[in-house]
Design a binder for this molecule. Structure first.
Ligand SMILES: C[S@@+](CC[C@H](N)C(=O)[O-])C[C@H]1O[C@@H](n2cnc3c(N)ncnc32)[C@H](O)[C@@H]1O
Length: 217
């Protein structure tokens, strides 16, 4: 059987230059891409690295592992921290203030999500590192400045997004990629506009957003 080569699979519908111009001017509506997926993040990551290089990243909010699979397949030597509590949020959790249906899943639903995720990611073996806990607690397990990228996709309320960013952004190396999902929905855009320095161009590919962390602060 012919083994399928990992590819970036998704393609931007605009050139890199057009994308950067639009992102620099924050013309989000002009950004066109076929994907809501890993393409734009891979594109930034691979500007100065090879696809087969070793990477270490973290996905915050994993659910059934759809995006994790995309990451682990695209980057064959990537170790990925998978951060999810796989359990319902406690009363008063800001996640419940969003209309994200996943915030309202039962304990049994979460158990099933975790089972499906582990099955889906079996192919990655020890490259998939499970941190089944609250995202703040998980952040304590990872050294600051040690990650090539993070992908934030947990609590999408403004408060929750800011909290996740504050806990996880320091984990990214200078020059690494900070990314996430749900741009334009819930409180994500507002949160990121407040967290991210105004001189930093955030690239947006439909709901996926990503930027390169400054080399020096
Ligand atoms: C939108 S889903 C993630 C989707 C996934 N990234 C994908 O692409 O398929 C959000 C996940 O975040 C998890 N989550 C939300 N808030 C969390 C928190 N404070 N700590 C840990 N996990 C959390 C939920 O359990 C849920 O599985």
């Amino acid at each position: 059987m012919v083994k399928k080569k990992p590819t970036l699979t998704r393609r931007l519908l605009m050139s890199e230059e057009e994308l950067r111009e639009a992102a620099a001017e924050r013309r989000w509506a002009d950004v066109k891409c076929r994907t809501i997926n890993f393409g734009i993040i891979a594109q930034l990551l691979l500007e100065n690295r090879k696809q087969t290089d070793p990477f270490v990243g973290a996905e915050i909010g994993v659910f059934r592992g759809g995006m994790s699979r995309e990451i682990l397949r695209t980057l064959p030597n990537c170790v990925l921290y998978l951060v999810d509590r796989w359990g319902p949020p406690k009363e008063g959790d800001s996640y419940l203030t969003t209309v994200d249906l996943q915030a309202f899943r039962t304990f049994a639903n979460h158990q099933e999500d975790e089972r499906l995720c582990r099955k889906l990611l079996e192919f990655a073996g020890p490259r998939a590192v499970y941190l089944k806990m609250e995202l703040g607690q998980a952040a304590l397990q990872v050294e600051d400045g040690s990650l090539d990228f993070i992908y934030l996709d947990a609590d999408h309320s403004k408060r929750g997004t800011k909290r996740a960013w504050k806990r996880w952004e320091p984990k990214v190396k200078p020059g690494g990629i900070v990314a996430g999902h749900d741009w334009g929905t819930y409180g994500v855009t507002e949160a990121m506009e407040e967290c991210v320095d105004k001189d930093t161009a955030i690239c947006v590919d439909r709901a996926t957003w990503a930027y390169r962390k400054a080399e020096q602060r």
